[in-house]
Design a protein around this ligand. Sequence first.
Ligand SMILES: [Zn+2]
Length: 364
Amino acid sequence: MTRAAPELFAEVVGQDRAVARMSAAAERPVHAYLLHGPPGSGKREAARGFAAALLCPQGGCGTCETCRRVLDGVHPDMVVIERTGASLSVDDAQKITTRAQRRPIEGDRQILCVPDVHLASSAVPALLKTVEEPPPSTIFLLLADDLPAGLATIVSRCVQVPFRAVATSDIAAWLLGRGVEEHVADAVAAASGGDLERARLLADDPGFADRQQRWHSVPSRLDGTGAAAAMVAEELLALADASVAPLRDAHAREMTALEEQAEIVGARGITGRKDVEDRHKREIRRYRTDDLRMGLAVLADTYRDRLVATVADPAGTSHGAGAERRRAAAHVEAVSRASGALRRNVQEALLLEALMVELSGMLA
Ligand SMILES: [Zn+2]
């Protein structure tokens, strides 16, 4: 048996330790692994590479038919089980248990990949039973964005493979390698929040620079009136709505590929179409919120620059400069607070309008 080929993990960026851990593990695997780290850190891509190493007769050569099919997501013994609702439910866990008991279709092993295990809460006991003692032919690759306390029992039954947010410099270098211009690569990497999927889409998004510019110009468009505040808030929401266009395109391409695949194997339609559509909806929601958060970061930076400018001003001791500084600091604080609130499932339209009104009120 050879060590897993690096090509298997070509889509995984800046996760050297996780990759080393998985390729070493592939030689003598245990029954369950937990790949955990923030969204966009490459867990799904890594799981595919890992599964290829586990299913390939040569231990992950990266070139054989088995490796290729696993990487393309069309190998019958690499099964990804998506949750069907907002959380991973007891029904989902039941489906996983049933699938785990089945025999592999082609070889002597099957890989069950379960994303979003951090959303398992009520299903933890049901899931635990299966994960604890799967049949020897089943290997679990569980994926989680984080490790809430309720997951402790599952965590303790798995070998852990931690992922980190991809470093900005790694994302920039990766974009450069894909032929993205340097100034775009730097701006996209900074705006990606360590999320490679987002970086990939932003780099090809013709609206990205314009959105950043509009957020940057918010302070100059607030004139202290409620009308201007409402108009700016409305425009920022429209920008967030428009930002998801590249992701919708990517989803459409994925659907086409799945339809073609279904046709090849003679299926009447895509298996699990509803699950895929639900995942797409969730991804759209998250992408849109991330774009708002990105905009708020640009806005906070804009106010922060003003703060630095007032501090650096040699006339800073003069009358009015102290008030100017306090105002700039209050602006930064208000924007940071709004960004924090965005994480807590607030009504985005109300949040933005309230923020714009607040920022307007601090003008005078
Ligand atoms: Zn192979």
